[in-house]
Write a protein that binds this ligand. Structure first.
Ligand SMILES: [Zn+2]
Length: 215
């Protein structure tokens, strides 16, 4: 009888340990979500035109990969002169200016921005940007950012994925759902975070929820 109790106790222990291991594994696969609001990247020349010659963007908040949210805001103007005010500039300056908006913003502005990975702006939508000291007109550069996951080299190894790979991410929140074609971006300076825009977040009711990577 005592032996039976012992077996039961051991079984219970083992089962609980297995449960715990399972929980840990599941936890490791969870990806924090960063919701990107509309924003602008600018060349120094364009900063000069919008804010005055030699103007330097000032840091409001550090972001990953050496980027920062600046204190400077601009107004986006689409066709038919429809505008969105108070759009934040992300620094530091880049080699090409780029405007990232949501599909809802596209409707508001009357701009047909394609879904693109950051930096791939060739043939993207035109847009005008208004600053306190001037206006610039971009022939191309307005995109809807393609959702992606930033991760370090170690994270990529752990998840068994490579840079540029397309994966799916599941959300087990109130609405729930799976996002397909999420691009993996690997860099030693990146911390694990999935970037989606406000439309994608609102569509699935995502707040502080975590995504689960599925290949
Ligand atoms: Zn990102």
């Amino acid at each position: 009888m005592q032996q039976e109790q012992l077996v039961q106790a051991i079984t219970k222990l083992v089962v609980e340990q297995l449960k715990n291991t399972g929980a840990e594994t599941a936890c490791e696969e969870r990806i924090p979500i960063g919701i990107s609001a509309r924003h602008v990247h600018l060349t120094q020349e364009h900063v000069d035109e919008l804010f005055g010659k030699g103007y330097q963007l000032t840091k409001k908040k550090e972001l990953m990969g050496g980027q920062f949210a600046s204190n400077e805001l601009v107004t986006l103007v689409g066709t038919k002169l429809r505008a969105i005010e108070n759009v934040r500039i992300l620094g530091p300056c880049r080699k090409a200016s780029q405007v990232e908006i949501s599909k809802t913003d596209c409707i508001k502005l009357g701009v047909k921005a394609p879904i693109r990975e950051s930096g791939k702006i060739e043939g993207s939508a035109p847009i005008a940007i208004v600053g306190p000291k001037g206006v610039i007109y971009l022939e191309e550069g307005c995109i809807v950012a393609k959702r992606h996951i930033h991760m370090s080299t170690e994270d990529a190894k752990r998840f068994g994925v490579t840079n540029g790979q397309s994966v799916k991410v599941r959300f087990d929140n109130d609405r729930g759902g799976v996002m397909e074609d999420v691009i993996i971006r690997v860099d030693p300076t990146f911390t694990l975070e999935m970037h989606i825009d406000t439309d994608e977040a609102n569509g699935l009711g995502i707040g502080k929820d975590m995504g689960i990577l599925i290949k």
